[in-house]
Design a protein around this ligand. Structure first.
Ligand code: PLP
Length: 375
């Protein structure tokens, strides 16, 4: 594929640090993951950070540490990567979806209160595509009903809401480092918190339920192997050093895309950043305006000329498993569904040049126009 949808940005620094680990004797539980954690916590501005094997693993532990269990309900977004809803099920809780805002694609705070009942224990806030959720009203609702806030910040590292970074609002928050995210460790994730108890519990649970002072084969809790290995941590340290640069590059590319697509308001709806927010662009997602155009036809047309795209994101409640378990149906969350039907993520990675962005944008417009005429 000439233009993949995403591509990690790896330089000689990453290779050097990973090689250092490979030449040492510590491939896991060595010095690197602790260095990565300390630097990461500093970058986000939390007291603690606990490195884990994936974003999903981090969210699972954050749910356990929040005390969410069988029979509880957790309010969250249907417009997310499936992991944020699945982790509710991992602990026996029910994910209760709230439809999204049509501009930011994040949970609409106005629709939250109607979903709260005695079983509701927490709001799992997802910051989608690199933009913060509307945290002001969400925090107020959480306070009013004494609900915990856990942030799925996996797509939104360094994003802010009114000057405050995502990941610093909830009792805990989770970031992810899969290769398509703003920074990568291969596989990996990070739980951040200011709460020492949550931090210590998460550190124990990722390591088979051991306490820091325990013997290797002694276990206090039912734990997991959710540890991050040293190669991944070394990669993370190098990536963290260039994170500001990488985010700036993403912002530049997305601005250029928007400049082109702004000229075609009748064909596409471009992503919008709410005033006062910093948007860190996990993906650049357009919506096709004409609902009669089949989005998948556009994607196919682009694929055929070497431009990869993705239907970001399907609505979670319509996956087979969720339909069967919770009787969800088409029409339950109409805004989420409308975005799911019309959204298309374009190639976004460091190395895309001005002429690439122009080429991709021209082709997207051409193909949509062609389909528009046929209808
Ligand atoms: C990437 C992502 C995750 C999970 O991350 P993994 O590291 O792939 O487990 C969770 N939630 C959202 C919204 C994500 O985009």
């Amino acid at each position: 594929m000439k233009y993949p949808i995403a591509r990690p940005y790896i330089t000689s620094k990453e290779k050097k640090l990973v090689l250092e680990v490979l030449n040492s004797d510590s491939l896991s539980i060595g010095p690197k993951y602790q260095e990565f954690e300390a630097k990461f916590a500093k970058k986000i501005g939390t007291k603690y950070a606990c490195a884990v094997s994936s974003g999903t693993a981090g969210l699972h532990l954050a749910m356990i540490a929040a005390g969410i269990k069988e029979g509880d309900e957790v309010i969250t977004s249907p417009f997310s990567f499936i992991a944020s809803a699945n982790v509710c099920l991992y602990v026996g809780a029910k994910p209760v979806f709230v439809d999204i805002d049509p501009i930011t694609y994040n949970m609409d705070p106005k629709k939250i209160e109607a979903k709260i009942n005695k079983k509701t224990k927490a709001i799992l806030v997802v910051h989608i595509f690199g933009q913060s959720s509307d945290m002001g009203p969400i925090m107020k609702i959480a306070q009013k009903y004494k609900l915990k806030i856990i942030e799925d910040a996996c797509e939104s590292i360094l994003a802010t809401h009114k000057g405050k970074k995502v990941g610093t609002f909830g009792e805990s928050a989770v970031f992810a480092f899969y290769p398509n995210k703003q920074m990568t460790t291969g596989e990996g994730g990070m739980i951040v918190t200011n709460n020492k108890k949550i931090y210590e519990l998460c550190c124990s649970l990722r390591n088979q339920g051991r306490s820091p002072n325990m013997q290797w084969l002694d276990h206090k809790y039912l734990g997991y192997n959710y540890r991050m290995d040293e190669m991944s941590a070394a990669l993370g340290i190098a990536q963290l050093e260039k994170l500001d640069f990488m985010v700036e590059q993403r912002q530049k590319i997305c601005l250029s895309y928007s400049k082109y697509f702004n000229k075609h308001p009748n064909l596409v709806q471009i992503p919008e950043t709410i005033k006062g927010n910093i948007h860190t662009w996990f993906v650049y997602v357009l919506r096709i305006k004409n609902a009669k155009i089949k989005r998948d036809d556009i994607m196919k047309g682009l694929y055929n000329i070497g431009i990869a795209t993705k239907p970001y994101l399907p609505s979670i409640h319509l996956f087979d498993f969720y339909r069967k378990k919770f009787k969800y149906r088409l029409g339950d969350f109409p805004i989420s569904e409308a975005v799911s039907r019309s959204a298309i993520a374009l190639p976004l990675y460091i190395g895309l040049k001005a002429q690439d962005i122009k080429y991709i944008s021209d082709k997207v417009v051409d193909i949509i126009k062609k389909h528009d005429k046929r209808i």
